[in-house]
Design a protein around this ligand. Structure first.
Ligand SMILES: [Zn+2]
Length: 123
């Protein structure tokens, strides 16, 4: 029986045979799965790169917390010199006044005026 409504998910040609067939040929099945594997591997590489940046950001915050009075504001410039990447954070939360805390896992920071931030451990 010819199934006229089903098309190969790789090449879009009409698939003949059982209604649950997804591919017109073994070649298309292999091509599709190879492409899928490649995309997953590329995704893994991207995830590793972002994780590296987040890990470095966290260790910079931790280093500053360990050598300074935790409540003392720190200049954004100092963090940038150390390699901190401000466009990467894990999540955002609000303090009890509704001000945003940018989080890097368990450490957060808030933007103050004059190009400074305050690093926050407990939030
Ligand atoms: Zn095909």
């Amino acid at each position: 029986m010819i199934s006229s409504t089903i098309v190969c998910i790789e090449c879009n040609t009409r698939v003949q045979g059982r209604a649950d067939k997804k591919f017109c040929s073994d070649a298309c099945r292999n091509a599709y799965h190879n492409k899928n594997r490649t995309e997953i591997m590329m995704g893994d590489t991207q995830i590793k790169l972002v994780n590296q940046i987040l890990r470095r950001n966290r260790s910079i915050l931790l280093e500053i917390l360990h050598c300074k009075n935790p409540n003392r504001p720190v200049s954004i410039f100092l963090l940038k010199v150390k390699g901190f990447e401000f466009s990467f954070c894990t999540h955002l939360v609000n303090d009890n006044k509704g001000n945003a805390i940018h989080c890097c896992y368990d450490i957060g920071y808030q933007y103050l005026d004059n190009g400074r931030i305050r690093i926050i451990r407990d939030f």
